[in-house]
Design a protein around this ligand. Structure first.
Ligand code: SF4
Ligand code: SF4
Ligand code: FES
Length: 257
């Protein structure tokens, strides 16, 4: 029997689907009309089997309101562009099913990032700046081509490389929502990804200059909302704890690794 991708990733039992009437409220705001205050627009939607928040939004845009703005590319938790606040929690619209939610659903854009309009935010500019801030490329004095690497070490690197740049960790982070210069979990993961890469020659002291401050590792409260909201289940807890230990050591002793 052919299996739908939605069944593989989200096995919803038939009896869980109640065909309810959903009351959807979506924050609307057009920055091109700055005199018009943001408001919540209400829509009524009949629930269907295995319908995602992204399906709801696409149906609304196709059939009711072509001006509704939101982003989506892959529909399969790969591109990260459909992240938004769903009943107050950051999540991917393409991987959040109405059957997981009450019949009243409120959608807001992610905080922290620049609002483009309605549910659409500009994560790209922020991630680009963060990659420049962390110098997200291998720093090596020689060629890294055809260099043998230990499998276990590279598995750990690739585990941190699974970030899809959705921004959910930043949106759910109390520090980020108080300080727009905080590097966020995504930035700390990026630093960790190169820190543990055996090909990268940057020392602990050099990393301390980048993230050894209140806008970096020491601004992190370690309550791990980022861990709860990351849709890719990237291991934040161990990674942030490792980086904190290394940065404390570098701050006290200023030693190279
Ligand atoms: S542990 Fe808390 S403060 Fe630190 S990056 Fe994650 S959400 Fe932000
Ligand atoms: S670390 Fe997770 S939550 Fe944060 S941007 Fe990457 S995939 Fe999204
Ligand atoms: S549409 Fe790509 S992650 Fe949701």
């Amino acid at each position: 029997m052919k299996m739908l991708m939605s069944q593989i990733f989200h096995p919803v039992k038939e009896d869980m689907v109640k065909n309810r009437i959903l009351k959807i409220e979506i924050m609307r705001f057009n920055p091109d009309e700055p005199d018009r205050m943001p408001f919540m627009q209400k829509y009524t939607v009949e629930e269907d089997k295995r319908i995602s928040i992204l399906n709801v939004l696409q149906n609304l845009r196709d059939n009711e309101d072509p001006t509704l703005r939101f982003d989506a590319v892959c529909r399969s938790a790969v591109c990260g562009s459909c992240a938004m606040m769903i009943n107050g929690r950051p999540g991917l619209a393409c991987r959040t099913y109405t059957s997981e939610l009450p019949s009243g659903i409120k959608l807001h854009p992610l905080p922290f990032f620049k609002l483009i309009g309605d549910l659409s935010v500009d994560t790209g500019t922020w991630f680009r700046a963060m990659y420049e801030r962390t110098e997200s490329w291998i720093h090596s004095s020689g060629s890294t081509e055809n260099l043998y690497q230990d499998n276990e070490k590279m598995k750990a690197v690739y585990d941190l490389d699974r970030c899809i740049e959705c921004g959910c960790c930043a949106a759910g982070c109390a520090t980020a929502n108080m300080s727009d210069t905080f590097i966020t979990a995504a930035g700390l993961l990026r630093a960790a990804r190169f820190f543990i890469d055996p090909r990268d020659e940057r020392t602990e002291s050099q990393w301390y200059d980048v993230i050894g401050n209140d806008e970096g590792m020491f601004g992190c409260s370690s309550y791990l909302a980022c861990n709860d909201y990351c849709p890719k289940n990237i291991p934040m807890q161990n990674t942030l704890a490792m980086l904190r230990r290394k940065m404390i050591k570098a701050g006290i002793f200023g030693k190279s690794r």
